[in-house]
Design a protein around this ligand. Structure first.
Ligand code: WQD
Length: 351
């Protein structure tokens, strides 16, 4: 792997940020936001759940270079080689760690693969960062780290505990990163607990592309809207919610990207230690409201049927946004209709 030598890289030139899993849904949108704010970006991805044409699409959106290193964090040599390659040109100012398996149902069937991939990959990343003196890490965590018996809205100091191996990998990685920061005061770590990221960049060039039949609501609704699936399955309409269907905190992926930028800059201002923040809107939206909003976005009534509840689902989950607002100045700007309009534009473009 050739070395990048850019002698112009000194104080005052753009900081370079490494995004592991950067060709994925949240990673690609965060790359766009960072590039548009003047950062340099390098993606690291094994393309196990992302498309090879995403870096080029990011370049089309931003007009800026978006190099992507094909590597797997399970490969210690390949991971270290990425850091080596950019070391001479100034290295990385921070790492945003998106790479990991993320399907709840699959994690129940394949727990060892999930623990092996998500935990080992993270440990290899920490080791490579330590070797190359990169000690600012923003981690893609999740609201699934909160115990299900917590009251809503979820607050960052609530007890943690998962109900599936995927969620446990997030809890365990938060612990690994918290202990890493406690052992070495030069580390600053942001644990970003996403609620339900949906939507797509307004260009329609990047978005969510789950493989196979989607588990999550929005990509499933999108496939119904484009005619690839016959109807939306509503998993239960007898919950203790205003219309009986499940309520969640949907956040536009571009708002989520903004949250990563703010957290990364907060950690870069001499802050040390590990900090957890919710990234949500604080607003709960039901399945029926999503179906209605998507119908407005695509201009057609979407067919649906009520099915039995899905095991493990809660009635309502939404975020307390107070801490992220107060400490990061983060507040989601985009509403449900914009999320559905942007999702629909991407869904049509893919067909
Ligand atoms: C939302 C609501 C369902 C599908 C996910 C996972 C995980 C996390 C994001 C990262 C619920 C209902 C769903 C469908 C439906 N990501 N639903 N029909 O369950 O909040 O959890 O959050 O960590 O992917 O934890 O998201 O989109 O699966 O479900 O009625 O076909 O839609 O019952 O009320 P969820 P979801």
């Amino acid at each position: 792997m050739e070395k990048i030598t850019d002698n112009s890289y000194s104080a005052g030139t753009p900081q370079r940020i490494l995004l592991t899993g950067g060709a994925g849904f949240i990673g690609s949108h965060t790359a766009v936001t960072l590039l548009e704010r003047g950062y340099d970006v390098v993606l690291l991805d094994n393309f196990s759940n992302s498309s090879r044409d995403v870096p080029g699409r990011i370049e089309r959106i931003t007009g800026k270079p978006c190099p992507c290193e094909e590597a797997d964090l399970l490969d210690v040599v390949a991971t270290s080689a990425v850091f080596e390659k950019y070391a001479e040109a100034g290295g990385f100012s921070a790492v945003i760690h998106f790479a990991g398996f993320k399907a709840v149902g699959e994690s129940v069937e394949k727990p060892v693969e999930y623990y092996g991939n998500n935990l080992t990959g993270t440990i290899h990343l920490i080791e490579a960062m330590r070797t190359h003196d990169v000690k600012r890490l923003i981690f893609s965590s999740s609201a699934t780290v909160y115990r299900q018996d917590n009251p809503v809205p979820y607050s960052e100091d609530f007890p943690l505990g998962a109900t599936n191996p995927y969620g446990w990998t997030k809890v365990m990685i938060e612990r690994i990163l918290t202990d890493t920061a406690a052992a070495d005061p030069e580390w600053s770590v942001a644990l970003l607990r996403y609620f339900n990221p949906i939507g797509a960049h307004e260009s329609g060039l990047i978005g969510e592309s789950p493989q196979g039949i989607p588990n999550n609501l929005l990509p499933y609704v999108a496939k119904v809207a484009v005619g690839e699936l016959p109807e939306v399955r509503i998993f239960g309409d007898d919950y203790d919610t205003p219309d009986g269907t499940g309520v969640r905190d949907y956040i536009h992926v571009m708002d989520l990207a903004e949250g990563h930028l703010l957290a990364m800059e907060y950690c870069g201002e001499g802050m040390t230690g590990a900090f957890a923040w919710n990234l949500g809107t604080g607003v709960g939206t039901s399945v029926m409201e999503i179906i209605a909003a998507y119908g407005r976005a695509c201009g057609k009534e979407l067919p649906y049927s009520v099915q039995p509840r899905r095991a493990g689902d809660l009635a309502s989950v939404y975020a307390s946004t107070e801490l992220a607002e107060r400490e990061l100045g983060f507040k989601a700007k985009r509403g449900i209709d914009e999320m559905c309009r942007d999702s629909w534009r991407w869904a049509q473009a893919k067909v």
